[in-house]
Design a protein around this ligand. Structure first.
Ligand SMILES: [Zn+2]
Length: 404
């Protein structure tokens, strides 16, 4: 049986948001004179030079540009973007950590980030916040991986996701699935955040990675691999990873050029790469010299991935440092442009493209009828000047305007 809403019900919550321009998540040029009609938490109409429906509340944002709320594929809500987020988290019990995560997530939403995927928490706290967000329009929509699976003593072991051996990995994935995670995150190589961990070294064998992927897929969960080392990337591809984070091809003192067969496999199998882009301007915070020296080679690898058609999305690692605040994704646009993307392509990687990669392409990342009314309004034209993204006029989370 189908129940049709009455006209009166439809009209009661209608809001017509008007502005000068609109980027819908996929277009290459801005639509002029847009009106976005919102009913409750859903977009019901998007049009150019159309009248607002009778009885709708009209919100006129003047010269602003409307965009989909931004989608960050890789954040850490439990890190607080302080100088030492690992120690700060260690000093918090679960309740205090949850409170900090809530503030962090709210700050993301205020900054225009209306969907985040947490790729590593402690004690599955992000799942609780995911639940809280369903009833709290000041919070972005949250997907969560739970504690990242890592080797005992390995990268981010302090988050509690230690597992080793084929059987151990299967058990860890099962435990995560039983808790209701949205994705499995596995540390295929070492990382920069953990003292003693070596990004240029793999953490797991190919057989272990394959066991994790197989078990995750048996539970209908995607798997994403944190991977710097070339060998970890090669093994991760062989194991059938759905996506990768970072993908720096980092060596002890430099960066490997992407092996041709890796480039081909990434493109052909449509593996998504979360690019760790976005650096917020913070006085006195400079990247370590080793990262600055590696940058040209990393950009060259990124340019080759773009040219080969590899799917790249924004996965900022928000939270891990002062230059990675909750809304750092707004600073990712110029980094995508360094690879050769247009501003529209870069914004796509931070909206519709990311939403699709997160499995939310049917309701997030686009301004389209039927989609969640997650809307970012900024002054200026972000396609000709990406800095316009920082001039936020309004943010709507599932149809509710955040107070400014
Ligand atoms: Zn991370």
């Amino acid at each position: 049986m189908t129940t049709l809403p009455t006209a009166a019900t439809e009209r009661r919550h209608l809001t017509a948001i008007r502005a000068a321009w609109l980027f819908d998540g996929t277009n290459q040029r801005l639509m002029p004179d847009p009106t976005v009609v919102v009913d409750g938490r859903t977009i019901v109409r998007v049009g150019s030079a159309v009248a607002a429906p009778e009885g709708a509340t009209v919100v006129d944002l003047g010269g602003a540009t409307l965009l989909p709320g931004l989608v960050d594929g890789h954040v850490h809500l439990s890190f607080d973007a302080s100088a030492d987020p690992v120690s700060a988290l260690a000093g918090r019990d679960a309740a205090a950590a949850f409170a900090t995560m809530t503030s962090f997530a709210r700050a993301a939403a205020r900054g225009g980030v209306t969907t985040v995927r947490d790729l590593g928490d402690r004690g599955y706290l992000a799942l609780g916040l995911r639940q809280a967000a369903t009833a709290d329009p000041t919070l972005p929509e949250i997907l969560a991986a739970g504690p990242p699976i890592t080797t005992p003593g390995g990268h981010c072991h302090f988050l509690g996701g230690d597992a080793a051996g084929v059987d151990g990995l299967r058990a860890a994935v099962r435990a995560h699935a039983e808790r209701g995670v949205d994705i499995i995150k596995i540390m295929a190589s070492g990382g920069n955040l953990t003292p003693g961990s070596r990004p240029e070294a793999p953490q797991y064998s190919r057989a272990e990675l394959r066991a994790a992927v197989d078990e995750a897929h048996r539970h209908n969960l995607p798997v994403t691999a944190h991977a710097h080392a070339t060998q970890a990337i090669v093994d991760g591809l062989a194991a059938g990873m759905d996506s990768f984070e970072h993908l720096t091809f980092m060596t002890a003192d430099g960066v490997d050029p992407i092996p041709d067969e890796v480039l081909t496999a990434l493109a052909r199998r449509n593996v998504t790469v979360g690019m760790t882009f976005g650096l917020a301007p913070v006085p006195g915070a400079a990247p370590p010299p080793g990262m600055i020296a590696r940058r040209p080679a990393m950009v060259a690898n990124g340019q080759r991935m773009l040219a080969a058609g590899v799917t790249m999305i924004a996965g900022t690692d928000a939270g891990i440092a002062p230059v990675k605040p909750p809304d750092v994704i707004r600073w990712a646009i110029p980094h995508f442009q360094l690879l050769g993307m247009t501003a529209a392509q870069a914004l796509h990687a931070c909206t519709a493209g990311a939403a699709t990669a997160l499995g939310l392409g049917h309701r997030k990342g686009q301004l389209r009828p039927g989609y969640d009314a997650d809307i970012l309004a900024v002054d200026g034209d972000p396609l000709s000047d990406p800095a316009a993204l920082h001039a936020i006029r309004a943010v709507y989370v599932r149809g509710t305007a955040l107070p400014r």
